[in-house]
Design a protein around this ligand. Structure first.
Ligand code: ATP
Ligand code: MG
Length: 476
């Protein structure tokens, strides 16, 4: 853990190294510098992250990993004011181990130089496949790959990378197009294949005021959509039956991202729907930290932990639509299920079917010319949207202007458009109470509670501040 070398009393002087964390200064006599090098070599030899050179009156501490040297008078004075110049060396060593070891654990994760305490235990893993062809023939989804092996076997990770890029290349040959027909498989409800997340905590009932605010933008559900799935033999899981979805508009196809989005209709129904496809071929694994990322070098179990799967994202969205079911049709689109969808090129992916919301994203809204009444109405609806999430214990995690749609609600309101929140792929349901009850929302500075979206559309800060009801005690 720590190498300590002793010099004769009086050998060290403060001016050799100055105070605080710093590189070795030019004033250090060569003999002392050599001793420091020796301590460092011993640290490396014994795998000790900390070293100390002391003449029992003054000491120089060495961070064996970063090789930064710093002197303290007394030792580690910089790190803890509780040391006095007369403290014995043993106290200084204890203090150094405690302060450096506990407070500064990051030193175990630095890349250079070569101390990597965990790596010695990592066993080389063999790839589970012999070739890219084999991968393409046998693997269809990220979950067909074993994360544990990828974390510990470079070849497996590279095969995975090549596999996804080859599938992507093939997908780009046949992007989704207007007029395409997609097959939504019957009996493939997400819950029949995967476990569903449900919060064990009851929601706080919303104050009636909230419901009446949302009611101005309420929309009817199309029960025919539900009936199409119900009556077409949803229970007949073994058959290859499907419902045809005809694409009338491609919102996003062939772009890197966690979803491809199309609008269209089901069989003989004219209600326009939104189909969000979690097509892993376009997931940007380019953004996942690489195999050699220094942050994960010491602990392979941390590698690729930000690699998303379609199942993960679909499960999140399903959970939140369920949790916020009473807000569907006003603040949220109606949810019509997540099912397997066969694309024109034969690939099958998970697809989320929701009500189509006609209207611009909030990014394209300009509220500057609205009446004061309309602006206040809009502020209040945004405020109560935030409250509704808080009362349900939901953290949206992506309250960007891309994820709020603003349908025209006609004469029902003040003239301001509606507010419909989408995209719960990265949301957190309230699963445990380790962060408070309901989970603590991060500070308003980090996560400003949807308020910046109002400034974004051009409503003045003063009006937002004046009309934004303070958080009540359930929200804090
Ligand atoms: N129900 C809907 N009605 C109308 N348009 C929708 C609907 N759902 C999604 N969209 C459109 O598709 C876009 C992408 O949807 P969504 O935000 O759910 O996916 P995403 O993968 O998170 O995309 P992004 O990274 O752009 O946020 C939205 O910005 C919106 O324009
Ligand atoms: Mg989005």
């Amino acid at each position: 853990m720590c190498v300590v070398a002793f010099l004769p009393p009086g050998s060290l002087k403060v001016e050799y190294v100055g105070t605080g964390i710093q590189e070795r200064t030019v004033h250090m006599p060569r003999a002392i510098s050599r001793e420091l090098d020796r301590v460092y070599e011993l640290c490396t030899h014994y795998n000790a992250p900390l070293g100390m050179l002391t003449d029992e009156a003054l000491s120089v501490a060495i961070n064996g990993i970063e090789r930064i040297k710093y002197s303290d008078d007394p030792p580690v004075l910089e790190l803890s004011t509780s040391f006095a110049p007369t403290d014995p060396v043993q106290v200084a060593i204890g203090g150094m181990l405690h302060v450096l070891g506990c407070r500064n654990m990051a030193i175990f994760h630095t890349k250079s130089p070569p101390l990597q305490p965990y790596l010695g235990a990592v066993v080389e893993h063999a790839p589970t496949l012999s070739s890219l062809d084999e991968a393409i023939a046998t693997r269809y989804a990220f979950e067909d790959w074993d994360l544990f092996t990828m974390q510990r076997c470079r070849d497996e990770w590279y095969l995975f990378w090549d596999w996804q890029h080859e599938l992507r290349r093939r997908a780009l040959v046949r992007p989704l197009d207007k007029g395409d027909t997609l097959k939504i498989k019957l009996g493939s409800d997400f819950g029949t294949r995967h476990f569903l997340m449900r919060s064990p905590y009851p929601k706080q009932p919303l104050p009636s005021e909230g419901y009446s605010i949302f009611a101005t933008q309420a929309r009817p559900r199309d029960d025919v959509i539900d009936a199409i799935f119900r009556d077409s033999g949803e229970c007949d899981r073994l058959s290859d039956q499907h419902v045809v979805f005809t694409v009338s508009e491609v919102r996003r196809s062939g772009r890197l991202g966690y979803s491809q989005v199309v609008f269209g209709t089901l069989v003989n129904n004219s209600t326009k729907l939104c189909l969000k496809l979690y097509d892993e071929r376009f997931f940007a694994i380019e953004e996942v930290e690489g195999y050699d990322d220094p942050l994960v070098q010491c602990d392979p179990a941390q590698r690729f932990n930000d690699l998303m799967t379609a199942t993960y994202l679909a499960r999140n969205e399903e959970t939140i639509y369920d949790r916020l079911s009473e807000l569907q049709g006003s603040l949220l689109p109606y949810y019509y299920g997540i099912r397997r969808v066969e694309l024109p090129d034969g690939t099958t992916v998970w697809g989320l079917l929701t009500e189509f919301i006609e209207g611009p994203i909030i990014e394209h809204i300009d509220a500057r010319d609205w009446s004061r009444e309309a602006q206040i109405d809009f502020i209040r609806r945004m405020r109560h949207l935030f409250r509704a999430l808080r009362y349900a214990g939901v953290t949206h995690n992506d309250d960007s202007p891309r994820n709020l749609l603003c349908p025209n609600i006609g004469v029902r309101g003040s003239g301001a458009p509606g507010i419909v929140l989408i995209d719960f792929a990265f949301s957190d349901p309230w699963l445990n109470d380790d962060r408070g009850t309901p989970p603590v929302y991060d500070s308003p500075t980090d996560k400003p509670h949807f308020r910046p979206l109002l400034l974004h559309v051009g409503i003045s800060k003063d009006l937002v501040n004046e009309q934004w009801e303070p958080l009540d005690e359930l929200e804090i």
